[in-house]
Design a protein around this ligand. Structure first.
Ligand code: ZN
Length: 327
């Protein structure tokens, strides 16, 4: 709170122009907090989601408004940090609303943009058990009544990835989605310079695909300066597949990379909306203390498979007093 207040006072006191320089190179993520104090906050994004440490919580399904299924003109802009897609409302219409998914109220679409990396094993901002994808789609929303921001993340998987068959077998990824992104890249790749834009008709439903069943939820921030906190993050488990040609067209023509690495979790809990999470690795042994305590308190330990049960039991007995378990 103090950090945010400080940022706001700072922004009011000093002209915005002195904040203009930030990038993913010399003025990259490691030094953003020199000028943007919020970037060193305790609720920062992205994070590395350690799946074994997540807590199950039931959320109602997402509901996207009908107009997602209709193609609409988007303005694609090279803003110097990413390619940002916004739509121009006609007749003050509000398009692309989302409700449900545990979000409080109705959220309006603000923009979508991409993050990517210099090769097929880097580029996503969020990581899953330290695994990086080739990129990440962010869709940003606002609840205009409460001014709450919410962001959706969808991983971009390269067709060069060895997990590709696993993804194809696990999730149904429609050709319409792949083709819509193909159209997007064939146009967006031409936006080589900052502040140039182009209008393209896109179908948001096709771009986003259909795999909204499984996601993680946590409280975070904007992943770019000013790193404003109090953003509700939804990270979908299912990636969308992209070709190396598409990703290369951005690496070569736009920027080589534009992603921030994972930030410390501090005292936050990451929730998942799906029951079964069976991965529990030794590397998580020392980092799940708080969450394992929640497991036991919530009696949700039976959601972990039998092999892991003994492991957790030993861990809990080693790390908590008897009273601790029941407080
Ligand atoms: Zn982003």
């Amino acid at each position: 709170m103090y950090v945010q207040l400080f940022t706001e006072l700072y922004l009011i006191t000093f002209p915005l122009s002195i904040f203009a320089i930030w990038n993913y190179g010399e003025f990259g993520p490691d030094v953003w907090d020199d000028e943007y104090p919020s970037c060193a906050g305790h609720y920062q994004s992205p994070i590395n989601i350690r799946t074994a440490c997540t807590i199950y919580q039931s959320f109602e399904p997402f509901h996207f408004s009908q107009d997602y299924n209709v193609s609409h003109n988007f303005t694609l802009l090279n803003n110097g940090h990413s390619i940002l897609a916004r739509y121009s409302p006609e007749n003050n219409e509000t398009l692309f609303q989302v409700t449900g998914g545990g979000l409080n109220g109705t959220f309006d679409f603000l923009n979508f943009h991409l993050h990517w990396g210099q090769n097929y094993k880097s580029g996503s901002e969020h990581q899953i058990n330290s695994k990086k994808y080739a990129g990440e789609i962010h869709i940003v929303y606002v609840n205009r009544r409460t001014r709450q921001l919410a962001a959706i993340a969808i991983f971009m998987q390269s067709n060069r990835s060895i997990d590709l068959n696993e993804t194809k077998n696990t999730y149904q990824i429609e050709n319409t989605t792949l083709n819509e992104w193909k159209r997007y890249f064939s146009t967006a790749r031409t936006l080589q310079y900052s502040n140039i834009s182009i209008v393209l008709s896109l179908n948001l439903a096709k771009l986003m695909g259909n795999n909204f069943n499984e996601f993680w939820r946590y409280q975070g921030s904007l992943t770019t300066p000013p790193c404003t906190e109090n953003i509700i993050w939804t990270v979908f488990k299912a990636p969308i597949i992209f070709t190396e040609n598409e990703l290369n067209s951005f690496r070569k023509n736009i920027f080589i990379e534009d992603y921030r690495g994972p930030q410390l979790l501090y005292n936050r809990t990451v929730y998942r909306n799906f029951v079964n999470e069976t991965k529990l690795s030794i590397s998580d042994y020392n980092c799940c203390l708080k969450d394992l305590k929640n497991y036991t308190n919530n009696f949700s330990i039976r959601q972990v498979n039998t092999n892991n049960f003994l492991f957790i039991l030993v861990y809990v007995m080693e790390n908590f007093s008897f009273l601790d378990l029941f407080l």
